[in-house]
Design a protein around this ligand. Sequence first.
Ligand code: MN
Length: 452
Amino acid sequence: MTGRIDDLRSFMAALRQKGLLCDITAPVDPVHDLGAVLRACEQDGKAAYFHRVSGSSVPVLGSALGSHERIALAIGCSREALGDVMEAATQAPMPPKEIDGPAPCQEVVETAVDLGTLPVPTHAPKDGGPYINAGVVIARAPGGGRHNLSYVRLQVKGKDRIGVNLNTWRHLLEFFEAAEKRGENLPFCVALGVDPALMIAAAYRYDGDEYEIAGSLRGAPTAVVRAKTCDVLVPATAEIVLECEILAGEREAEGPMAEYTGHYSGVHPQPVGIVKAITHRRDPIFQTTAGASFEHLLLGTAVTREPKLKRLCRQASPRVRDAWLPPFASGFLAVVAMEEPRPGEARTVGIAALNAHVNINTVVVVDTDVDIFDPTELFWALSTRVRWERDQVVIPGTLGNELHPAADRTGVIAKTIIDATLAPELRGSYSKIVYPKVDLAALLAGQRGDGT
Ligand code: MN
């Protein structure tokens, strides 16, 4: 029985108890070394806690939510119920609660800012420098409106200077553009080492206040406190909070960084931020994730988008049985299983799937005899059931994501729907070969037993 999870430390205790946290006590270098060890821990199914990082007294937690199992543990549900719980959270928003008293995240307040005191890793071999990439970025809508929580890659460029990567379709970009039009900087905060419900909430694409999703996922409102230098509410139990501003009218080269597409991003002019204060717990923990890691892909492209994908596909046809966004395809591919679709229906469902998220650019619709979670079955269906001259449609000039190698800098890309279901008139002639399942181990054990 794990205790209540309401901050990073209680989550780390739960992970440790389940054997899902790898304690790394050997010293690691934050430049490339840490990222490589983190990757190895991820592949072993675990989060990593780096007790000793060269050049800093602050320990680092990585890949906290790098598996379906750890995400489910964080919000107290089963792996199977995860999609439904995450979908339900958007229907039952729970506003944050501001506290008056002293908050753990402000036990120490530093206004002489030096980002060099933090163990910010340079993760992948060709990253352009150290990146703060697992902090929850918090800003308010113009006029002091709702809060928006999201992830933004922040390149450390000096003691108090950061590159702020704002790509299209981000609420934060809308907020900044509104401020910049008035000639004003946009205040924002970065909360590092927060409770996992907040980390998950920040990954949603949601038009409301993501604090409300975190409350709903946790089943209790998020305790927040006013930042010291701006009118932004920050999570009271965060390990570290950076209080910053994005500068109006400034752009600087930013990048490259290992991105979720599995490729390095380019180097492009991006806004610049200044860190005005760092507040933290007395003995803080820094949090990070490696670019293109399981955690990056799961939180960034898969688990938060699947509920809507399923909902839209099911709205398009009652014959949809399942749908998912395989993390190995970086969120660009949606696979949908249908039970005997009627003529034209697979394509109709494909259109619905493309609307589930702007990044989805390939939809493959298969029959229910194909295991959509098994890439080998998917390739078999693509290779045997598609009449390419009639079962594929390409839609040019649609909005996608500019990090995709096939998109232009504004994110415009072609999208495709592939109907890999057997044509109705062929269903009677072609049936998939399935041998009965055999318990080979038991059979072999039995052979030895009777000496044959
Ligand atoms: Mn948002």
